[in-house]
Design a protein around this ligand. Sequence first.
Ligand code: MG
Length: 165
Amino acid sequence: MNPSIRVGHGYDCHRLALPPEGGPLVLGGLRIEHDMGPVAHSDGDALLHAVTDAVLGALGLDDLGTQFPDNDPRWHGASSDHFLKEAILQAQNLGWTVGNVDATVLLERPRLIKHRSALREHMSKLLHVPPDSVNIKGKSGEGLGPVGQGQMVEVHATVLLHRIS
Ligand code: MG
C-alpha cells in the first residue's frame, strides 16, 4: 500500500493580553491591528502554528513544539513563516506537496473577514498553492468562555498532502 494522499490536523491557541505582556497580533503571517496580542515565545501566530502542525502531522513527523521548542532562544520572537516554510521543505523532501488547507480561527475581536483575502494570498505563497486552495474561516466565541471574552485565539486546521514522487 503506497497512498497518494495524506491528511493532517493541527490545533493551536494563545492567550491574548495587552502590551507589554502581549505582543503584536500576528495571524497567518500578517500583522493585524488590535489592542491585544498573543503571549508567546515566538510571534505567537496561532494560525501558522496550527497549519504547520497539520503539515507535520500528515507527514507523521515530530510536531512544532518538539521541532522548535519554546525554550530555545533561537525562536524567541521568531516569525512563524519560518516554521511553516521548514515543514513544507520537509514535506517536499519526503515527496509530498500541499493539496489544500482549511482552517477555522476562533477569535472574538477583531473580525477576520476583512483580512481573509490577504491571509489566503500570503499563506498560499508559503504553502506553494493557489490562494483558492487556502481557506480561512473566522468564528466568534459568542461571548462565551476565554475566546468569547477576548482572552484567547484558537485555531483548528486541516491539510491534505499529495504525493509528488
Ligand atoms: Mg503556538
